[in-house]
Design a protein around this ligand. Structure first.
Ligand SMILES: *Cc1c(COP(=O)(O)O)cnc(C)c1O
Length: 243
């Protein structure tokens, strides 16, 4: 894929998502792509935006800052349609929540009440609500962030104290497997957990979203119900390979 333009890569990703939707009997309009720009420069992120990738994902504020500031400034004069929508996808320390809330529309890594409190406090001071994904460590890998599936109900109850947080869905990261098919049970379990939460009414509003699937496994994730796939390498690439 290295020699393809970004627009070509995007078209290829969209085509593969459409095929995965067809296999699963889903409507492709239910799936949106987050272009993860954490590996690339401002120039490349700008190119992604110009190619129509309006949803941008970053996992550290320090690395995102220059891109965020420049693209926000440039798009403030542009048409509303061309404005980026920012997704914070990385693990977040509670004392960093104030840097991110108000800049990133969505937070994908809410996994504990102490973080919820920090997000809520900053959001309340800005008079906004923050749509959040709750990150669940389905695979149980030690290296992965996220709460255990068994902890979801309790977290949901605790979140009721934080009115500026609007839970919209669940997020997970699957283990990196050579064969993406091996990630299927992880994605399926996340969907079942969401459906269970909705059946039992754990959240004030039903959770509609599933943030799951990365470059190596997004088609399986789409087949299992992903509404957001987070694509870095396959879509915007990595800076080393672009040189
Ligand atoms: C980096 C990252 C991605 C994108 O990874 P690729 O494999 O390059 O697509 C997705 N989600 C999270 C949480 C990430 O940190």
């Amino acid at each position: 894929m290295t020699l393809m333009t970004l627009a070509e890569r995007k078209a290829e990703v969209d085509r593969r998502i459409e095929e995965a939707c067809r296999r699963a009997g889903r409507d492709p309009s239910e799936v949106s792509v987050i272009a993860v720009t954490k590996y690339v420069s401002l120039e490349r992120a700008r190119e992604a935006l110009a190619a129509g990738c309006l949803n941008l994902g970053e996992n550290r504020w320090q690395d995102a800052r220059d891109k965020w500031e420049a693209l926000e400034r440039e798009s403030s004069e542009a048409d509303e349609r061309e404005k980026p929508v920012w997704h914070f996808i990385g693990s977040l320390q509670s004392n960093k929540a104030k840097d991110v809330v108000g800049k990133f529309t969505y937070i994908h890594s809410l996994d504990r009440l102490s973080l919820a409190e920090a997000i809520d406090r900053k959001a309340a001071s800005l008079g906004i609500t923050v749509p959040c994904f709750i990150q669940v460590n389905v695979s149980g890998e030690q290296s992965k962030h996220g709460l255990s599936p068994e902890g979801l109900q309790e977290l949901a109850e605790g979140l009721r104290q934080y009115p500026a947080i609007r839970p919209v869905g669940l997020m997970t990261m699957a283990p990196h497997e050579g064969d993406p098919e091996l990630t299927r049970p992880v994605f399926r379990r996340l969907r079942e957990l969401r459906d269970e939460a909705n059946r039992q009414g754990w959240f004030p509003e039903p959770l509609t979203e599933l943030s799951m699937g990365m470059s190596n496994d997004f088609e399986v994730a789409v087949e299992e119900g992903a509404t957001r796939v987070r694509l870095g390498t396959i879509l915007v690439g990595k800076e080393e390979e672009l040189m």
